[in-house]
Write a protein that binds this ligand. Sequence first.
Ligand code: HEC
Length: 141
Amino acid sequence: MNRIAFSFLVALLAGSAFAADLSDAQRNAIVERIKPVGESCVEGDNTCAAAPATVVSAEPRSGEAVYNAACMACHSTGAAGAPKYGDAVAWSGRIAKGMPALYATGVGGVPGTGMIAKGGCMTCSDEDVYAAVDYMVAGSQ
Ligand code: HEC
């Protein structure tokens, strides 16, 4: 056995002997401390209450969630001439311009129309808008 493997084994044995001497409370405290940062919460797990709120709000929103919150008002009804979600005819010409063009109009708006910058969603990041555009395009072909 070479030296490195031997010292590893010693460390392993020492480690397990050490672990065996811990009380449950001590072991739980260690597990708590070495949890990965930003570990996701499971619903109903009350340790989640202690998680910082910023971790949750910093998570990217799904395209569907952004659409429902910020785009649906116009894009589900066709209000002000908005291309309706699911209307392949209304979307085909727009999709033909390519996704980068749609991302740009999603974020910047279409001047002179009801499509204002980010659909008026000032809390949406550019990425949120891209995700919503992806969602609308995927559902409208
Ligand atoms: C206040 C109404 C309104 C809201 C809210 C709205 N839109 Fe629009 N959107 C429009 C209208 C009207 C058009 C059509 C503009 C035109 O005449 O080309 C449009 C067009 C678009 C287009 C196609 C633009 C193009 O280049 O052809 C995209 C992409 C789009 N919206 C994305 C979004 C996204 C993403 C959201 C939510 C974050 C959103 N819109 C919210 C009214 C809205």
